[in-house]
Each structure stands twice: as structure tokens, then as C-alpha cells.
Ligand binder design. Structure first.
Ligand SMILES: [Ca+2]
Length: 486
């Protein structure tokens, strides 16, 4: 089939779905009496919010997303009692930039934070979800690796409870008696401390930014898990990804195979032998299970304090993570493993029939801020570019995005080098096709993947005559999105 025909069919299918969705919205409006009541109820008692952000957790590292090895009973319970977004992505796959997008609801193109040192200006911070919720009377808490700008530049005054950590925190700590204490456990204790300072009278928003399962950069042990979990997964055999083969690696262009690139340097440290691969993935899983245990403790404390029935908990990853796919480690590139993240929303106010559902719409890191504001009944600032996921959480249908702009401009250049050791890229991720281009190459190196027939992104279709028109259409779409997202 001609590829443009394919695109046209896709767009026809999209209109059909949009029609069905708007018809469903129409039907929903018929029951508007009840809708208004629930809106009033929502306004009457504003929910508490806990936003949990994991660091480098990819979408498929939870039991509820089909992983049969990892143990995440508390994440699975959140999904079973709430809503699971199965197509959640980040618009830029790196800690600082993605976190800036989470806080602001904006693409990197707009917030301009492409590296680790640049902070939010006062004006920009005023438009973020913490500042907006603070203005609306919420009690604010921040725990863990906030990841944007330097310590002295962060807007700590917004928070009533501040346990933010600048830079890349260390995993290993000792308590006052000199006993070992893992960072994830400390963050969990701080969550409990924050909750114990809350009352029914004032709603709260607690943002918890775990370091786990991010590696400890500069430490040869890399994934430093709590020794309490050392026996977990000991006897498991982690399957090797199909794209981790040498034959697939050799199909990649030379600049992506370059051993000096960060994705290859880190691959060498983590995955270069089968034994290393097994140990790295198991340790990564142990770090995630550590976070899961904290979620269980937080939920138990909410119950104990009588806050559970009115506290919405959201969990997201700040970016995905290569576990040797395509011969890479780390994230940054626009491949699925790097950009796809977990996203769960547990809302105890949901009626029983709406719990345990999956939403397949494309959800993004820039949707977090407008969603949290909407849950709190606070108007979403114009500057935010993400969409409110709350209607989807409530089981409603809305016409939804079918693509988004991917962008990655972090500059890691040794002195005198002309290119970043993390090749910069941008592109369009749509439901059917993914178009990426690496902008430092001359001419830019382009990739086109048909996600329907090639879900592992093994076959670059650029250069094939029957895809020429698709590539042209996506170049235009990329240009449009770049302009729209400024
Ligand atoms: Ca990260």
C-alpha cells in the first residue's frame, strides 16, 4: 500500500475515533445534572496530592505493565485501584529538562532549560504547579532530587516542608548511630514526617523525587541498591532484548556506534558481558522495588492519618532507560526505551467501575502540571502546553493528541569538539510513525520507523522510495510542531 494512503487512512481512522469520542462526550453531557454535582463536590473538598517521580524508570518495570520478574506490588495496587496510562512519554529524555517540563507543563523549547545549571527565573517559576498550588492555599512539600538548577537558585520559599536535594544525591548514608541507611528509605521517612504535619483543614501537595533507579554516576557499582534487597531476583534470568544483538548494532550509523558517545561508554560499563547485563538489570529492578516499598509505607500512613480517602497519588518516571537495546545504555535518544515512562494515577474518589482501567491516549510529562492543577480546582496558566489528564482519569473521552514533538538539545561537548557526545535530536512521535533527525550530522541523519509493523524500531525506512512521501509529510509536521511548541 502506498504510504501516503496509509497516512490518509490513519487520519480517516483518527477522525472516526474523534467522532466516536465526541459522541461519547455528548452522551456524557446528557447526564449533566450528575456531572455538575460531582464538580461541586470536587470543589467543596479539594483533594490532597502526592506526586511521585522516579528517576530513569522505564515504562515496563512494573508488574502491572506486564513485567513478570520485577516485584512492584504497591505500584500494581495503584494501577488496580486507579488508572494506568499505557502510552506515557517524555518530550525530552534527560533528568533536568524533563523535570523542568514536569514543573512547568512546557516543552523545553519554551522553558529553555536544556542543561543542569540553568534555573527557573522568578517569572517562570510563578507559572509552575508548585507556585500555583501554593497560591491556591495548598501546603507544599518537596522531597528528594528536584533536578533543576543549582541549590542557591531553587525556589525553596514555595515549600512549607523542604527536603529537596541538589544535583545527583548519594545513595548511601548513615543514621545518627552510624547505621547504614539507603537514600530511598530516608526519602520514605521524610514522606511520613511531612504527612504527620498535615491536617484535614488544609489540602497538601507533596512532590517526591526519588533518585532511584538512577545510577550513581562515577561509582563503578553504578546501581547501588539497598542491601536489604540483595537476594531479590537472584535466581531470575532476565531475557536479553532482541535489539541487543551485534547484527542489529551494525545496522546503525557510525556516529551512533561511536565508542566515545555517552550511550556507548555507559553500555561498556553495564552491559558488555552477559553476566554484567544480568547483574545490572537486577540491581536496577532492586532500586525500583525499594521505591515500591516506600509507596506502600506512604499509603499505610495516609490510612492511619485518615487522609487516604481524599489523597490522589500520581507516579511517573522522568525518562526511560536503555537496558542494552540497540547497544545503548542511558537515555537521551528518541527510541521507545528512552522516552516511554510509567504513569499511574490512584484517585480514591473514583467510583468502583472506573478503577483498574487503562488509558491508551498519548500522555506526556508536560501533562503533569495542568493535571495536578485541575485536580486541585486551580486554573491552568496559559503558558502551560500540556493537557489536563483529569477527564481521562474520570473515564471521560476527549479528542486527543495523536502525536508530539520530541527534542533533545543537551550539549555534552569536550573542549574543541564540534559535536555533543550525546548526539542532539528532534522529531515527531505519532501513533503510527516515528520520525527522528540527528541535527549535528551534515546533512542531518534521519530515521523513520513504522511502529505498527516494527515496534522495536529496527528498520529505518528513510531512503526507501515508497516512504518518501511519509518522510516529507513528517518533516513538515516536525516544522509545524516546532513553531507551535515555542
Ligand atoms: Ca532521569
Amino acid at each position: 500500500m502506498d504510504q501516503m494512503e496509509g497516512l490518509a487512512m490513519q487520519s480517516k481512522e483518527t477522525s472516526r475515533r474523534a467522532f466516536l469520542k465526541s459522541a461519547a462526550v455528548g452522551l456524557g453531557a446528557l447526564a449533566c445534572g450528575r456531572g455538575r454535582m460531582s464538580a461541586q463536590n470536587r470543589a467543596a473538598k479539594r483533594p490532597n496530592i502526592i506526586f511521585l517521580l522516579t528517576d530513569d524508570q522505564r515504562w515496563d518495570t512494573m508488574g502491572c505493565m506486564g513485567n513478570r520478574i520485577i516485584q512492584t506490588p504497591n505500584m500494581d495496587a495503584m494501577a488496580a485501584g486507579g488508572v494506568k496510562f499505557t502510552n506515557a512519554f517524555v518530550t525530552t529524555s534527560i533528568c533536568a529538562t524533563s523535570r523542568a517540563s514536569v514543573f512547568s507543563g512546557q516543552y523545553a523549547r519554551r522553558h529553555g532549560i536544556h542543561g543542569f545549571a540553568r534555573p527557573f527565573s522568578d517569572e517562570a517559576w510563578a507559572q509552575t504547579y508548585p507556585a500555583q498550588l501554593k497560591g491556591a492555599g495548598y501546603r507544599l512539600g518537596m522531597i528528594g532530587k528536584y533536578g533543576v538548577g543549582k541549590d542557591q537558585d531553587f525556589h525553596k520559599e514555595t515549600f512549607d516542608y523542604w527536603k529537596g536535594i541538589p544535583g545527583q544525591p548519594k545513595y548511601e548514608h548513615t543514621d545518627e548511630d552510624g547505621n547504614y541507611k539507603h537514600l530511598t528509605k530516608i526519602l520514605g521517612e521524610q514522606c511520613v514526617e511531612f504527612l504527620q504535619g498535615c491536617t484535614q483543614a488544609q489540602p497538601f501537595c507533596l512532590s517526591v523525587s526519588f533518585k532511584a533507579p538512577h545510577v550513581q554516576d562515577g561509582d563503578p557499582r553504578q546501581f547501588i541498591y539497598d542491601p536489604a534487597y540483595k537476594d531479590l531476583y537472584k535466581d531470575a534470568q532476565i531475557p536479553v532484548p532482541r535489539t541487543a544483538s551485534q547484527s542489529h548494532f551494525e545496522t546503525l550509523p557510525a556516529f551512533l556506534r561511536d565508542d566515545k558517545t555517552e550511550a556507548r561508554v555507559r553500555w561498556q560499563m553495564r552491559f558488555s558481558t552477559p553476566k554484567e547485563y544480568q547483574e545490572s538489570v537486577k540491581s536496577y529492578y532492586r532500586l525500583i522495588t525499594g521505591v515500591d516499598v516506600v509507596i506502600g509505607k506512604v499509603r499505610k500512613e495516609l490510612q492511619r492519618l485518615g487522609l487516604a480517602d481524599n489523597t490522589v497519588i500520581m507516579l511517573m518516571g522522568d525518562n526511560g532507560f536503555f537496558l542494552a537495546e540497540h547497544g545503548f545504555a542511558g537515555k537521551w535518544y528518541g527510541y521507545n526505551e528512552s522516552i516511554r515512562v510509567p504513569l499511574l494515577v490512584y484517585d480514591p474518589r473514583l467510583p468502583k467501575n472506573l478503577r483498574g482501567r487503562s488509558r491508551e491516549e498519548i500522555a506526556l510529562n508536560i501533562d503533569v502540571a495542568p493535571t495536578l492543577l485541575s485536580l486541585a480546582g486551580v486554573a491552568v496558566p496559559q503558558a502551560m502546553q500540556g493537557r489536563d489528564l483529569a477527564p481521562l482519569i474520570r473515564g471521560e473521552n476527549r479528542p486527543w493528541r495523536i502525536d508530539f514533538l520530541y527534542e533533545h538539545f543537551f550539549d555534552l561537548r569536550p573542549k574543541g569538539a564540534t559535536k555533543s557526545l550525546i548526539p542532539k535530536s528532534e522529531g515527531v512521535v505519532s501513533e503510527r510513525y516515528k520520525y527522528l533527525r540527528y541535527i549535528e550530522e551534515e546533512p542531518p541523519y534521519e530515521q523513520l520507523f513504522d511502529l505498527e509493523t516494527d515496534p522495536f524500531e529496527e528498520h529505518n525506512l528513510v531512503g526507501q522510495s515508497n516512504y518518501e512521501r511519509t518522510v516529507k509529510a513528517l518533516r513538515i509536521r516536525c516544522h509545524q510542531l516546532r513553531l507551535q511548541c515555542q
